[in-house]
Design a protein around this ligand. Structure first.
Ligand code: HPA
Length: 249
């Protein structure tokens, strides 16, 4: 039986349509989650929701306790995680306003607690990460988008930088050369921790600005927020289709 969680990013502070039934403040071996996990139902499906930045905008990407967040979701019996990430667009085919379901990751982050393997378990945890996102969950999202005329770009490589500052134009040129299509700050180590814990994980990226050097205006938070407001509604409708399909399937 599948049990879903949504991890909300910038601009997704609550989950539209969620009829709440509880809140979980979970003690984890790694400390506290970004905020209590909300439980509720959407379209007949039990869903957990966690905003990774805590109270809106409070925890920057490099300070998020990714291990606590993923461990807590797993302890609630979550099997499928859909992560929402705001990103900058590098590939011109993925402009501001586009939704992207990536299939690959390049991790440029550093200094984050990126594994639940502290070497104490007596066995090393070398997860296979060849395909960092769960193919079945990805394909389900893509099929539902297709069936419901929601435009989604895929495949794509999601580059993840340390932040919290945005990149230089030269850094983005390097990411582009490496093959990145979009750039964000929160996709890792979240995806790897989900894999370590055995949860299926996919991401829906919302392109909220042209990456550094790709647009003709300075990148501002106001520019991002404006796009986020519009894209969040489309993401929520895609999620509603996912939950409808899961409760009837
Ligand atoms: N770079 C990194 N992370 C981001 C960006 C960006 O341009 N936009 C939104 N998140």
């Amino acid at each position: 039986m599948k049990r879903f969680a949504v991890i909300g990013g910038t601009g997704i502070n609550e989950l539209a349509g969620l009829t709440p039934s509880g809140r979980h403040s979970i003690k984890t071996p790694y400390g506290a989650t970004s905020r209590p996990i909300e439980e509720g139902r959407i379209r007949g499906c039990t869903v957990y929701f966690l905003q990774r930045h805590g109270a809106p905008g409070a925890i920057p990407p490099h300070k998020i306790n990714y291990r606590a967040n993923l461990w807590a979701l797993h302890s609630l019996g979550v099997t499928e995680v859909v992560a929402i990430n705001a990103v900058g667009g590098i590939n011109p085919d993925m402009p501001t306003g586009a939704l992207v379901v990536p299939d690959q990751i390049i991790d440029y982050t550093w200094g984050r607690e990126h594994s639940i393997d502290d070497g104490a378990g007596g066995e090393l945890l070398h997860i296979d990460f060849t395909r960092p996102y769960d193919e079945t969950l990805r394909q389900t999202l893509l099929d539902l988008a297709d069936d419901n005329s929601i435009r989604v770009c895929a495949p794509a490589t999601h580059g993840i930088t340390q932040g919290p500052r945005l990149e230089t134009a030269a850094e983005i040129a390097r990411l582009e050369h490496d093959g990145c299509d979009v750039v964000g700050m929160t996709g890792m180590p979240e995806a790897a921790l989900a894999r370590e814990l055995g949860m299926a994980y996919a991401s829906i990226c919302m392109v909220v600005n042209p990456a550094a050097g790709k647009g003709d205006q300075p990148i501002t938070l106001d520019m991002m927020r404006e796009t986020l407001r519009r894209e969040a509604a489309v993401v929520e409708s895609l999620l509603a289709h996912l939950f409808t399909a899961s409760s009837s399937g």
